[in-house]
Write a protein that binds this ligand. Structure first.
Ligand SMILES: [Zn+2]
Length: 165
């Protein structure tokens, strides 16, 4: 008699579709298609929500088009992980880095790829800039930015992003 089965290994995939995106989600996506990254600046606390949410949960106030700001396509790596594990459907060969990038002018980081340097050189505080795909390929997705890569600027001081970890 064989030992009882205790483990099974298999791949699964889940595709998320947002069936009814909010007008703000649609607007944010349309702006990405035009090469702009926009957010809403809370009129009370000044935090910039990117993507815009239409409200500040801290101040419990509405934000509207009058609160729109454009944020930079460069910023600071706050946290990151080095992907070392191969998986089905992977588009890059490991190791590579996925990081939270705090864009200049935003208070919410954007998750994205960091390329252009060895994975073991990515660090908290690293200054990076977007590498955009050719405009002919832009659509309503953050993938209009192919990846971020180091700018060569000095690292950002920890205090400048410590509230965003
Ligand atoms: Zn606020």
């Amino acid at each position: 008699m064989a030992d009882p089965v205790q483990f099974m290994s298999h791949h699964t995939a889940v595709e998320y579709r947002v069936p009814d995106p909010s007008p703000l989600n649609v607007y944010f996506a349309e702006q990405l298609a035009a090469g702009r990254i926009v957010g809403h600046k809370c009129p009370e606390c000044g935090k910039v929500y990117m993507p815009p949410r239409g409200y500040c949960p801290l101040c419990v106030v509405e934000t509207t088009a009058k609160d729109e700001v454009e944020v930079a396509d460069r910023g600071t790596v706050t946290t990151f992980c080095i992907v070392n594990v191969p998986f089905a459907g992977q588009r890059l060969d490991p190791p590579y880095v996925v990081a939270q990038v705090l864009l200049d002018g935003a208070d919410i980081p954007l998750p994205h790829l960091i390329l252009g340097c060895p994975a073991d050189q990515v660090r908290m505080g690293l200054r990076v800039a977007a590498v955009w795909r050719e405009p002919e390929r832009w659509s309503t997705t953050p993938e209009n930015i192919a990846h971020f890569e180091p700018t060569g600027e000095p690292d950002a001081p920890y205090e400048s992003y410590s509230e965003h970890l």
